[in-house]
Design a protein around this ligand. Structure first.
Ligand code: HEM
Length: 407
């Protein structure tokens, strides 16, 4: 299969459901391959890591966006993401990131352990009640979604009652992160962006009237203090923080539980030894990454992995493939939390390294052992349904039976 054919399969419904065989086809052509006159695909761990940290390699700027999608400014979804820290370059990126970073210091994250534990315990109680008498429950709807959305809403100061609103809006908006998008999918993403922006416009006005001890108030004050954050950047970053804060972590919990249900021996070790949670979570991140790819461009010609990337090219970095690079991870297709080195690329690397990595890890390190301990009979019930998404990989539904809760 040549590179163009492999890429076509990757973007197809089949590749979205199971990209891993396609990654191996691409890897057969080398860790960095040319896929078109101005397009490169990266499957190697070392190469992806190096490019993400290279100052000449940046996220797409407005010029390239103009070439790829001339009407992008009319799209609420694209223009919103484009103004957030996720898709801006220095110096704007560093300025915005600094403003939000205070909420994610290791001390602040560690202080959230009790909140996460209490929420996870409460959700397990609800799952156990819903699954009494062997009724299957959908793990995604009952646990994997509400836990991270609850945590990020607590950080942002979003009222509890509004939490159910975000699942659909965020799922719609994140279609925009796919490497290829149809006009119909773009319209759906735009509708999600419009709802989210409307929601945050009102929350910003409420916090301006009555400040609170939350991240939304901190960002509103940074905006109001003068030139530190424009109105557009304020909205864009609130939307990205909310959406990045749960879409990905929801999928870490879903993908992770599915792997552990398929590896009952490994699950049993974690149930008895929750102190191994950090290694387990990193191996779950590596094995089936909730974020499979990101994109970059280069301002100059860059040499990496035996290839020469021409200035201005579009670079597709397949993080999910890098996480299965056999040069870094022997027998990469095996789930093995005892690997000598982990550090998967699931959170990216370099200046855009995930701001919420510590929080996401904390949530999974608390929730997964807690689920296994409190619901030792948790078992698959029927066929899970994968989302048809390449970038944010996860399940739409993951039916389970809860068994007898532990005393
Ligand atoms: C950036 C993955 C959870 C907030 C990123 C990037 C990745 C990523 C790969 C870099 C994208 C790029 O380089 O183009 C993940 C995964 C998560 C997760 C796999 C869960 C398992 C979270 C959480 C939050 C968050 C919980 C917020 C509370 C952000 C933000 C950025 C980011 C704000 C942009 C940072 C920047 O551009 O400087 N994430 N993320 N993420 N993530 Fe996460």
């Amino acid at each position: 299969m040549d590179v163009a054919e492999a890429l076509a399969v990757l973007m197809s419904p089949q590749g979205r459901v199971d990209p891993y065989p396609v990654y191996e086809r691409l890897r057969g052509h080398g860790p960095v391959v040319q896929a078109g006159p101005n397009m490169y695909v990266v499957t190697g761990y070392a190469e992806a890591d190096e490019l993400l940290r290279d100052a000449r390699v940046q996220v797409l700027d407005d010029h390239l966006r103009d070439d790829l999608l001339p009407a992008w400014r009319d799209s609420p979804a694209v223009s919103s993401i484009a103004r957030s820290m996720l898709r801006t370059n220095p110096p704007d990126h560093s300025r915005m990131r600094r403003l939000a970073a205070g909420a994610f210091t290791p001390r602040r994250i560690a202080a959230m352990r009790d909140v996460v534990t209490a929420q996870a315990d409460e959700l397990v109680d609800m799952m156990a009640a819903a699954g009494r008498d062997g009724t299957p429950v959908d793990f995604m709807a009952e646990f994997a979604y509400p836990l991270p959305v609850g945590v990020i809403c607590a950080l942002l100061g979003v009222p509890t009652a509004d939490r159910p609103l975000f699942r659909r809006w965020a799922a719609d908006l994140t279609g925009i992160l796919e490497p290829e998008i149809t006009p119909a999918e773009l319209a759906v993403a735009d509708a999600g962006a419009t709802e989210l922006r409307g929601y945050f416009t009102e929350l910003v006005a409420a916090r301006r009237r009555r400040p609170a001890d939350d991240l939304t108030t901190a960002l509103v004050q940074a905006h109001d203090a003068g030139d530190r954050l424009s109105g557009e950047e304020l909205l864009a970053n609130l939307v990205i923080l909310l959406v990045a804060g749960f879409e990905t972590t929801t999928n870490l919990l879903g993908n992770g539980l599915a792997v552990l249900l398929a590896h009952p021996g490994a699950a049993d070790v974690l149930r008895r030894h929750p102190e191994h949670a950090p290694a387990y979570v990193d191996e779950l991140l590596r094995f089936d990454s909730p974020v499979q790819l990101t994109t970059r461009t280069s301002s100059e010609t860059v040499r990496v992995g035996g290839a020469e990337l021409v200035a201005g090219s579009w670079i597709l970095l397949l993080l999910g493939a890098a996480n299965r690079d056999p040069r870094r991870y022997p027998t990469p297709e095996r789930f093995d939390p005892w690997r000598a080195q982990l550090a998967p690329l699931s959170f990216g690397a370099g200046p855009h390294y995930c701001l919420g990595a510590g929080l996401a890890r904390l949530e999974a390190q608390v929730a997964v052992p807690l689920l296994l301990r409190r619901l030792p009979g948790l078992a698959p019930a029927g066929t899970p349904r994968r989302r048809s998404r390449l970038t944010l990989r996860g399940y739409d539904s993951l039916p389970v039976t809860v068994g007898e809760p532990a005393p």
